[in-house]
Design a protein around this ligand. Structure first.
Ligand code: BJW
Ligand code: ZN
Length: 242
């Protein structure tokens, strides 16, 4: 795979690289993206319609079971060469910030050290009412189980549409976008705010912005470089070219 020499130079000079990742980076690990049609049991639902507090209020068991199914997919999944290449970029660049919209924890398992999780993590469970984090609900076979503290319903510790992103994570993401030399947007459709604004923030601040995605997105016409292809192929090739 050939890369523009100006891109390789920018990466070799970079002191701080930020990478915004979306569901596409985990696709090659077997974790389905959001805007792909779902399969099997879930084929009749659109993820956008399940990932909301309204959906949870309407049918908590449906939403809980959907997350149980996704938790089982994530448990079986392993980081792919794209996650691993981002982790290894830390050997080349003094500071690498991984800003992820994913809730699957695969960047941690790949060994990245500076990870900003914008939309939470599916492995954690909190109470819908009192927001306490709950570690165990052994013996409670209700679906969803109830909060030991207030009897509210338990839910995954993720950010649904209409909910606020964790304040510290969002602040750290903006800071990384504004301070990095090179900003990657990898495997995200760029449709969901506020994450979708981060590459534009980086552009405004003068960073080189690189999109890695097999498909065009609203960012494509604005990015400094567009690398069309799966991130599990493009990222390792880019690292090797460095
Ligand atoms: C590959 C590949 C391979 C495939 N290699 N690539 C401003 C304007 C309009 C609306 C809003 C706005 N500000 C806020 C809103 C409302 C809303 C929003 O953005 N709506 C839009 C849909 C219009 N945002 C919110 O509500 C956010 N909260 C908020 O802003 O609070 C304040 C506020 C509220 C209300 C109004 C105004 C302000 C919260 C957003 C939370 C998103 N939550 C989810 C679920 C998380 C939990 C879970 O996992 O279940 O996050 S939804 C879902 O979308 C998930 C994802 O993180 C997120 C982004 O999706 P992503 O990662 O981009 O995946 P896909 O599937 O869309 O794309 C995959 C891409 O991969 C594709 O491009 C493929 O081509 C590519 N790909 N294979 C590389 N091998
Ligand atoms: Zn509670």
């Amino acid at each position: 795979m050939d890369f523009p020499s100006s891109l390789l130079d920018a990466l070799r000079r970079a002191r701080h690289v930020a990478a915004l990742t979306g569901a596409g980076i985990s696709a090659e690990s077997g974790v389905p993206t959001f805007r792909d049609a779902q399969t099997g049991l879930w084929a009749q639902y659109r993820p956008e319609e399940l990932a909301t507090p309204q959906a949870f209020r309407r049918d908590p068991a449906l939403v809980w079971n959907w997350y149980e199914w996704r938790r089982s997919l994530v448990r079986q999944a392993a980081p792919n060469p794209g996650h691993l290449a981002l982790a290894h970029l830390e050997d080349r660049v003094p500071r690498v910030s991984v800003i992820t919209q994913n809730v699957d924890g695969l960047h941690h398992r790949a060994g990245s050290t500076r990870i900003i999780e914008l939309h939470g993590n599916i492995a954690r469970t909190v109470c819908f009412d009192c927001r306490r984090q709950v570690e165990s609900w052994a013996g409670d076979s209700r679906v969803p189980p109830h909060c030991p503290a207030c009897d509210g319903l338990l839910r995954p510790d993720v950010v649904w549409f209409g909910e606020l992103l964790p304040r510290a994570a969002l602040a750290a993401a903006y800071e990384a976008a504004q301070q990095c030399d090179v900003f990657f947007s990898i495997g995200t459709s760029g449709l969901v705010e506020p994450a979708a604004s981060l590459p534009f923030e980086a552009l405004r601040a003068g960073a080189v912005v690189v999109e890695i995605n097999p498909q065009a997105t609203p960012l494509s016409d604005h990015a400094t470089y567009v690398l069309r292809g799966p991130s599990g192929v493009v990222l390792p090739a880019l690292l090797a070219a460095l």
